[in-house]
Design a protein. Structure first.
Lengths: 205, 460, 245
């Protein structure tokens, strides 16, 4: 069989299964059940910052309030005094960052800006653009996320409402450092990804 | 690894021989259930969320063929290659073809119950390809040549000393070391090398959004992301039931999933993959493997609403005391017991009977699957289809005959009291009588209530 | 008002004292109670074992025995749940529906229909309550710990009326005891292990009596307690509620 023929044959096999599955699903599905409206649940606590901080702490992360980002580099160093390879992708030196990103596996600290924070669970939303490179918030030994206080929302319904039809190529909610409890349910922070998460919250950038 | 010949009661009896371990297993999983109770009680609208999630899934199933096509079209326009697999074998072949096309040798995989269901690792091994499971629990059971014993906590049946021994043999950790922190860090170093070297990453899918073609993967370790972002090719494997209609519905499910699974507010990472990164490839394999059949079984279709949180395992008093492997199926516990017979009635006929029908699974389910009712219904189907022992059928027929006639019942009752052979299986000999192995039989009274009532009712 | 006593077959044969206590309690509350002699078994042992298709004659006999009564009351949540969920007869579905809608577990009958607000009983003991799962989660005699809702319990409501009775708190208030019908013999090892955990919870909290809404659960636990020769007395809730009357 020629390559083309084989390829054609394969496609046909695939489409056979596709047709089979779709036909079976159509045949076997129940009568239409209406789709409910998602209730606009509000978040009970008034102090979003306090709730967000408590949630991050519970997940093993830390929160720090900054007056502004004028002294960001210094504050990063204060939180991670031993860190050498710090990719500060907020106001760091572009050339230095470029060099650092050539060896992502060696990064000690990555500093990124998140779009919003969710008070109920401490999750911070970033898209692929915010991550600069998708792997950065995962490969780094320590992660710092900076968010503006005014971006805090109560719960996930509000978060998705704000993100709206943003529809990024990739997006992630990050709520704490990487962790596992797979050995006897003992919590270990720093499974594969960051060993710590520091959230910086500024009033306004 | 293959325990198909051993029935649930036999495997459970074996598991229960190690009293200390059983107690630990029971208490640890109960602790997870307790953490879950605490955190869900912080959400006043919890029951409304369950109802919403249930209705969204019910709706999705009622338009499943349409949502699958909507999802496929969106995914294709996102630059994703979509594949369709009717069964496990086809799924495995599709994945293998992608690996072969890229000449990939180094494969990392994050948690996917679907690939466990399809026995992908074993299949690829026969093709000479090694897959490295990167979820810590899955890596432990993989190195120990076992199946996961729990959907969310794959190595919950293994003690830290045993993990220490496994890691000593395979990762060269210190002999006798059993500190979870030490062992987890050793795994971190080991697996980071695997991530950095991987050609292709395989992940599961928690939710697939029909309107955008995006898939959402939830992990605490970050292993799905490390794999998918570092490798050039990402293959995501999903059952057809993972669909939800719109992005906004994620808000409902992400509020439920981690809280119900492990008592966390949300997993550390909830990643939304829509388009491959520049220069990378993304494939989605959509798998049926019996799901459309289950969709057609009215009594069982809503088992397809399952979001694999594992709470019904944690809460199940039978699961906690029999261990995940006693279910001889990729998915253990109550949910496994209603999914497995759909795949193979003969092999899994024992599972719906591995329950007291206490109903805790149904009450804990975040999408309101009536699990214990389905266990009851499966019992009826399995009986009708002839998958229960003939002796049981015979004794049940006798019992039904006796219990439906007042005269036969009164007569038999007298003899039963005399010999205490009331229930089937209650033989006189204590050794042969499973009731009497650890329990005394009730003291037989000298007369039944009806006899007493006949004598005394006039004076009452 | 005609009240029929529905006594599960194994209670009739092995625990007549529970049936007598139930009868006595209802009569004490001034209710006209009858015991229809036609009754045998509700069919649950067959149905839960996968043989619901063999319960047809049990069902028609049950309907025959209990048709015409306003209330059908039973000291078993499990058997009541079975009747409520599975009693059907295609030849007389209306009669079956009437029976299904009139059947009550004893505690719910007392709290919801009779609306008992005091009981003269006295029982100065430390009591652990085992709420049978079918009664609790099936009939909703009590809230279950999985569900987010304000807690309630009809059996507790009644036990609180008993003078001197001290109800102990359990670590796992609504864990199944492992009886489960034929499960107790087909899965003997798990069944016994579950029962023993339950009993540990009672003794840990210094209960001297264990009571419950289902004799089947209690029979299983009593068997384990007796084998271990533990100082725990097992009584159905009806026996506790008539103590000292």
């Amino acid at each position: 069989m020629s390559y083309e023929l084989r390829a054609k044959y394969k496609t046909q096999i695939l489409s056979v299964s596709r047709e089979k599955i779709l036909a079976a699903a159509k045949q076997n599905k129940p009568a239409l059940v209406p789709l409910p409206e998602v209730t606009a649940f509000t978040f009970a606590a008034n102090d979003l910052l306090a709730a967000f901080t408590a949630a991050i702490n519970k997940a093993g992360g830390a929160v720090m309030l900054l007056n502004g980002i004028q002294k960001l580099a210094q504050q990063i160093q204060e939180v991670y005094p031993d860190a050498k390879r710090i990719a500060n992708l907020i106001d760091g030196d572009t050339a230095a960052n470029k060099e650092l990103l050539n060896e992502v596996a060696l990064l000690d600290v990555v500093v990124l800006k998140g779009q919003l924070g969710v008070a109920e669970n401490g999750a911070v939303w970033l898209t692929d653009k915010d991550c600069v490179e998708r792997v950065l918030p995962f490969i780094t030994q320590h992660l710092i996320l900076l968010i503006e206080k005014q971006t805090l929302v109560g719960n996930m319904h509000q978060a998705y409402a704000v993100m709206g039809k943003q529809n990024p190529d990739y997006g992630v909610f990050i709520a704490g450092p990487s962790k596992t409890a797979d050995i006897e349910q003992s919590l270990v922070i720093g499974a594969h990804g960051p060993r710590s998460l520091q959230v910086f919250i500024v009033e306004q950038l | 690894m293959n325990t198909h010949n051993i029935t649930h009661p036999e495997a459970a009896t074996e598991f229960l021989k190690n009293k200390e371990r059983v107690q630990w297993h029971d208490e640890t999983l109960w602790f997870v259930r307790h953490k879950r109770d605490k955190i869900v009680n912080e959400i006043p609208e919890w029951e409304q969320l369950r109802e919403l999630a249930s209705q969204i899934k019910d709706h999705t199933l009622s338009r499943l063929d349409e949502y699958l096509q909507e999802f496929e079209a969106a995914a294709i326009s996102n630059g994703v290659t979509v594949h369709w697999a009717s069964d496990a074998a086809e799924h495995n072949r599709i994945v293998h073809n992608i690996l072969a096309k890229h000449g990939a040798q180094k494969i990392v995989k994050s948690k996917s119950m679907l690939t466990e269901e399809c026995h992908l690792n074993e299949y690829l091994e026969t093709q000479g390809i090694e897959v490295v499971d990167t979820d810590l629990g899955e890596r432990i059971v993989q190195l120990n040549k076992e199946m996961p014993s729990h959907i969310v906590l794959p190595a919950i049946h293994i003690k830290k000393e045993e993990v220490g021994e496994i890691f000593h043999q395979h990762l060269g950790t210190e002999k006798g070391a059993s500190d979870p922190l030490y062992l987890a860090l050793a795994a971190r170093e080991h697996l980071r090398q695997k991530f950095l070297a991987a050609d292709i990453a395989i992940t599961g899918v928690n939710f697939a959004v029909a309107e955008t073609g995006a898939i959402v993967v939830c992990t605490n370790e970050g292993n799905a992301d490390l794999g998918a972002h570092l490798a050039k090719v990402h293959i995501a494997c999903m059952g057809i039931e993972k669909l939800i209609p719109r992005t906004e519905h994620l808000s409902v499910f992400l509020r439920l999933l981690a809280r119900n699974a492990t008592g966390q507010n949300i997993t550390a990472y909830s990643s939304h993959f829509r388009k491959p990164a520049e220069g990378s490839e993304m494939h989605i394999v959509i798998v049926d493997n019996g799901r459309t059949t289950q969709l057609g079984r009215e009594a069982f279709r809503n088992s397809l609403k399952c979001i694999r949180c594992g709470a019904c395992l944690n809460t199940c008093p039978v699961y906690r005391r029999s261990g995940g492997h006693s279910y001889h199926n990729a998915t253990a516990g109550p949910i496994g017991a209603i999914l497995a017979p759909n795949l193979d009635m003969r092999k899994n006929a024992d599972l719906p009977f591995a329950s007291t029908l206490c109903g805790s699974c149904t009450d804990v389910c975040p999408v309101k699957i009536d699990i214990h009712n389905q266990l009851y219904q499966w019992r009826q189907v399995l009986t009708q289809e002839g998958y229960v022992p003939a002796a049981k059928t015979a004794s049940m027929k006798v019992m039904a005959g006796v219990l439906s006639s007042p005269a036969r019942y009164s007569f038999a009752g007298k003899w039963a009291r005399k010999f205490l052979r009331w229930f089937p299986g209650l033989a006189m000999n204590k050794k042969l009588n499973p009731w009497a192995r650890q329990r005394e039989l009730p003291e037989p009274p000298k007369e039944s209530f009806r006899e007493w009532y006949k004598k005394n009712s006039r004076e009452l | 008002m005609r009240v029929a006593l529905f006594i599960p077959c194994y209670v009739d044969q092995f625990y007549p004292k529970v049936a007598i206590a139930t009868l006595k309690l209802l009569q004490h509350l001034g209710l006209p109670v009858e015991y229809p002699m036609q009754q045998t078994c509700c069919g649950q042992p067959m149905a839960n074992g996968g043989f619901e298709h063999l319960t047809g004659s049990c069902n028609s006999n049950f309907i025959k025995a209990f048709t015409g009564y306003d209330y059908i009351v039973s000291p078993s949540g499990s058997c009541v749940l079975h009747v409520k969920d599975h009693l059907h007869d295609h030849k007389q579905e209306d009669a079956a529906t009437a029976v299904r809608s009139r059947v009550y577990e004893l505690c719910e009958f007392l709290t919801d229909v009779v609306k008992v607000d005091s009981i003269k009983a006295s029982f100065p003991r430390k009591v652990a309550l085992h709420q049978g799962c079918h009664g609790q989660r099936g009939l909703r005699l009590a809230s279950s710990s999985e569900v987010v809702a304000s807690p309630f319990s009809k059996p507790v409501q009644l036990l609180k009326m008993v003078a001197g009775l001290e109800l102990v708190d359990l670590d796992r208030p609504d864990e199944c005891c492992g009886f489960g019908g034929t499960f107790c013999v087909t899965e003997e090892a798990v069944s016994s292990a579950m029962g023993l955990s339950r009993i540990d919870d009672y003794t840990k909290h210094a209960a001297t009596v264990v009571t419950g809404t289902d004799v089947s659960c209690l029979m299983h636990q009593e068997g384990l307690i007796k084998r271990k020769k533990l100082p725990l007395e097992v009584m159905h809730i009806s026996e506790v509620l008539v103590s000292g009357l």
